[in-house]
Design a binder for this molecule. Sequence first.
Ligand code: NAD
Length: 477
Amino acid sequence: MVNSNSSATDGARLVVLGAGPGGYPAAFHAAERGLDVTLVDARPQPGGVCLHEGCIPSKAFLHVAKLLREARHAEEWGVTFGEPTIDVDVLRDWKDGVVRKMTNGLGLLRRQHRVQYQQGYGRIRDANQLNIESNGEVLPIDFDALIVATGSTPVVPRSLQIESDRVMDSTDALELRDIPDSLLVVGGGYIGLELGTVYAELGTEVTVVEALPQILTGVERELVRVLERSLRSRLKSVRVNTSVISLSEVEDGIEVVIADKEGVESTERFDRVLIATGRRPNSAGLGLHRTRAHVDAGGFILTDQQRRTAEPSIFAIGDVAGEPMLAHKATAEASIAVQAILGEPAVFRPLAVPAVIFTDPEIAWCGLTQADAAGLDIDASTVGFPWAALGRASASGRNDGLTRLVVENGSERVIGMQVVGPGAGEVIGEGVLAVEMGARVSDLAESIHAHPTLNESIMEAAQVFFGRSPHYLPRRR
Ligand code: NAD
């Protein structure tokens, strides 16, 4: 095993399995620190699901969706555009171009970092050897340390698995073959709502069904309510407590049996169905059973705070190593695992992992909610500032937002932040810094924020805590 002595670590062999936002930063960082690094992935280029068929292409489409929405709204501001004509081929080419540009950039960086790239499927032989299977050939490769960063795959419930081009997962949906007249989205989670919004803005009649009592289960109700109001005006319907029982292909679409809260079944027809019912970690088939590493009941590889498995030479990061399944969590873990391999005393113990749902409006949060805090016996209060009172939000015609701070009573430290509104994903960055740095609510209230900006809502929320926001006087309870 590699230790902290630099002459011992220099040239030690690290294999990184999986080249997504966990794997490629791990490989680049380790190469910078003097390790001999091979990055292995089944795809011809690094980038993983996030770059090729996840975060980046979906955001390219969401950007266009936002443009279409704003153009429709512009009439209220005295500017009228005609009905948009959408050339799906050009739109898809543009999205592919975005992915290509970033993929090429990553390829260049990989060469600059002198990281070797091996395309193929990696299967662990033992604690120090991996087989790379490619085109019927098997290439064994030895390692001193291995980082498993194999990500996750969409889960499709067995009852919904049918052979049909009309039934899509998120990868198929991002191919944007055409703009269907009607789309059923199964699952009101991150993926269903982000992609459902894209298709709705492109002109598809979108229905979302969610089996549980609310969309975005686990996300604070007050934030979801703001998004829900907006979705209801743009989607055909959002139905909670509703499950999809079965799908069958008919001549002109997919016939779907849907059960409502009472279990009453009805049959409806849609041109397309998008299944977004969750993702599962890619841990099966890796050969982990030939090592001391363990996998939990959900398929996540178990690790310690350094992301080391029970097999000391093997580490796991990203979606395959546990929730939250977010690209930036994987990247942060990558750095910790590399430092651990180098024998440095790093641990993965963030106070704030931001989560962003890139719908319109966006929802973002980090740190603890008041309920989380209560569960940890922390006495906390929540203060909020509605964007109805925010100049910048009014100037963009978008007052549908809210910024909230969770503050520990007594110490007055900021322990969490939640935001809903267009641009919430950018606003949350300041909350992450505040929580990680142990900022007091007075730090946020007294730091001068530029006017007029969305981030001012953070300062104003902090001022609400002291009852001295100039723009908002909450009703006394
Ligand atoms: P999810 O777990 O967020 O949501 C799936 C939803 O489907 C759940 O609410 C579930 O109750 C519902 N469901 C399951 N079976 C159903 C059925 N038969 N009928 C109706 N509803 C059903 O999963 P996802 O949206 O597929 O996303 C997977 C993961 O990907 C997320 O956990 C997230 O971490 C990650 N992701 C993140 C982002 C981002 O950071 N913006 C974007 C996309 C995906």
